[in-house]
Design a binder for this molecule. Structure first.
Ligand code: ADP
Ligand code: MG
Ligand code: ZN
Length: 555
């Protein structure tokens, strides 16, 4: 049978070989077993039910959550001469009736339907009048409350299946691999654990990067400058942000489209087509864009804001590199984005338990941005705790050659300065005071009289800002909300100020010392290394003296 399947793969789809996991899943379905297939986004899940549909007699029913997704898949099948159709609410009643009549006459090998269709007794009646060898649940995680995209209508199909007079084989396909979701799918659809197939979740052609503390717009413009002809998607967390970035890039002359739920259906369709057919280079979109879009040559995905959880992130990032070519996924982290996601959870109608789950998932997402583990490895292990840690050698953590350096002294100076400025100013001004800047505003405020004024004058303002941002991400400091966020200290500062705890930061500290003598450079290198080691092993840090005892008590 598998030979027949392989022939179909070549004949109808033009591919010489099955991809990882496809053959096992197809074989299992052909053995008449209910089957669960977990393959990463772009892994080729469609073929897992399309080929059995061709091998079996009768009409296979495919349940799919998105109307646009159905049309695209059906169009693709028709262009390969496979008789297929879809029935959903985008059609007129007349069209629906016509199609149902044709389905009754057994004219299709595959019929795509929205889950709601199963609520119709007439539809069940049609199904009972023909032979249904297979029912496929595409995006099967929608059936589970644990999934990131739960749809009640998906779940209610389960009871409708009892109204069928035949026992079709069930195949469920998803990219979501959390054990909860998989268990849920299996128990609802009566799939034996031996009939579950999961391929490695690592997307070998993707490199993951977390970018912290950079100006996001500058980052994107810089990135685009170096990737002039590459197609990519920038995801933002709101329509407003999508509009803003879209206008900004358009003004700069970039070839952009935008997509969010606030646009008319026509506008969305047009902009999707422009992007998919490479008429525009970059798509700026909210998470409304992308499900089921089969664009192969997406070379980069940039997340402008923090996604709500890793399920959503991996799915969106996974839209890069479907053709197997090297592609990059960037997440631009800023602390304020956590607040937005928290706000969305607070505003949601979820009950307490669900809300806690969402907070927990959000935390894991934030930890992803701070972990020092390989990012691909972190993701894989999030989905499956049994996986062992590995190194992809190309994510921003694996590639990070910077050394961990002791920044306790700098941190003490920054905390002290912030306190002396009465915790009423933002990052820039604190950095300027420490730099000893001659800005008029600093003199006007009298900050040039502070004992902390100019303490870090040997560093650039950017270096100081980077350190402050790092202390913010590590929760030594926090930024207040509002239009002019000010920096405040947290309790985590106290042991550092008392000299009881050190602070470490990964930094590029290698100074450039020019020498033409390679022996000499070798020697210098050794001296530097020894020095650094000495600093690192020195247990005691003195408390920060400029910081008076009185202010320490106040905290
Ligand atoms: P998924 O639903 O898992 O995200 P798709 O089924 O949409 O992925 O497939 C992703 C892409 O991979 C499609 O363009 C598909 O044609 C292609 N593809 C699927 N199977 C194979 C294969 N065996 N060889 C080459 N390309 C394949
Ligand atoms: Mg799919
Ligand atoms: Zn890595």
């Amino acid at each position: 049978m598998l030979n027949e399947a392989r022939n179909m793969l070549q004949q109808y789809f033009g591919y010489p070989n099955f991809r990882n996991g496809q053959a096992d899943i197809i074989q299992n379905i052909l053995n008449q077993k209910n089957t669960l297939g977990i393959l990463p986004t772009g892994g080729g899940k469609s073929i897992c039910f399309q080929i059995p549909a061709l091998v079996f007699q009768g009409t296979t029913i495919v349940i799919s959550p998105l109307i646009s997704l159905m049309k695209d898949q059906v169009d693709a099948l028709l262009s390969s001469d496979i008789p297929a159709t879809y029935v959903n609410s985008s059609l007129s009643q007349r069209e629906i009736n016509d199609r149902l009549t044709q389905i009754r006459q057994g004219e299709y090998k595959l019929v795509y339907v929205a889950p709601e269709r199963f609520d119709s007794d007439y539809f069940i009646d049609v199904l009972n009048s023909i032979h249904i060898p297979l029912i496929a649940f595409d995006e099967a995680h929608c059936i589970s409350q644990w999934g990131h995209d739960f749809r009640p209508s998906y779940r209610s199909i389960v009871s409708s299946l009892n109204k069928l007079h035949q026992n079709p084989i069930i195949v469920a396909l998803t990219a979501t691999a959390t054990p909860n979701v998989a268990d849920d799918i299996r128990s609802l659809l009566h799939i034996h654990s031996d009939d579950s197939f999961k391929t490695g979740f690592a997307r070998e052609n993707l490199s993951f990067h977390v970018i912290k503390g950079s100006n996001k717009r500058d980052f994107i413009v810089n990135y685009l400058k170096n990737h002039t002809n590459e197609s990519g998607i920038v995801y933002t967390s709101s329509r407003k942000e999508t509009d803003g970035l879209y206008n900004y890039l358009k003004m700069q002359g970039y070839s952009v489209s935008k997509y969010h739920a606030g646009l008319s259906e026509e506008e969305r369709k047009l902009s999707q087509e422009q992007f998919v057919y490479d008429e525009t280079q970059i798509m700026i979109a909210t998470n409304a864009f992308g499900m089921g879009i089969d664009k192969h040559n997406v070379r980069f995905i940039i997340h402008y804001n923090l996604p709500k959880n890793l399920e959503a992130y991996y799915q969106e990032a996974g839209r890069a590199g479907r053709d197997g070519e090297e592609s990059a996924c960037y997440l631009l982290f800023s602390k304020q984005d956590i607040q937005l996601q928290k706000f969305l959870i607070e505003q949601s109608t979820l009950d307490m338990e669900k809300r806690d789950q969402e907070y927990h998932k959000l935390n894991q997402m934030v930890l992803y941005c701070h972990t020092e583990e390989c990012l691909q490895s972190y993701i894989i292990r999030y989905f499956d705790q049994n996986e062992t840690e590995m190194k992809c050698e190309k994510c921003s953590n694996c590639k990070d050659t910077r050394e961990k350096v002791d920044i306790t002294l700098e941190a003490q100076m920054i905390f002290s300065c912030c306190k002396r400025m009465e915790e009423r100013f933002g990052v820039t001004l604190i950095a300027q005071v420490l730099k000893g800047s001659a800005q008029k505003r600093i003199r006007e405020l009298g900050f040039n009289q502070l004992t902390t004024y100019g303490l870090l004058r040997s560093q650039t303002e950017k270096e100081i800002t980077d350190t402050i941002n790092y202390l913010l991400t590590e929760d030594y400091l926090f930024l207040t909300d509002g239009k002019y966020p000010v920096v405040r200290l947290t309790e985590k500062c106290i042991p550092v100020l008392k000299g009881e705890q050190r602070v470490w930061m990964k930094k590029d500290v290698t100074p450039i010392i020019e020498t033409t003598d390679s022996n000499e450079s070798e020697e210098l290198f050794e001296i530097l290394r020894a020095l650094r080691k000495q600093i690192a092993t020195n247990e005691k840090v003195p408390p920060f003296v400029i910081f008076a005892d009185t202010t320490l008590k106040e905290m």
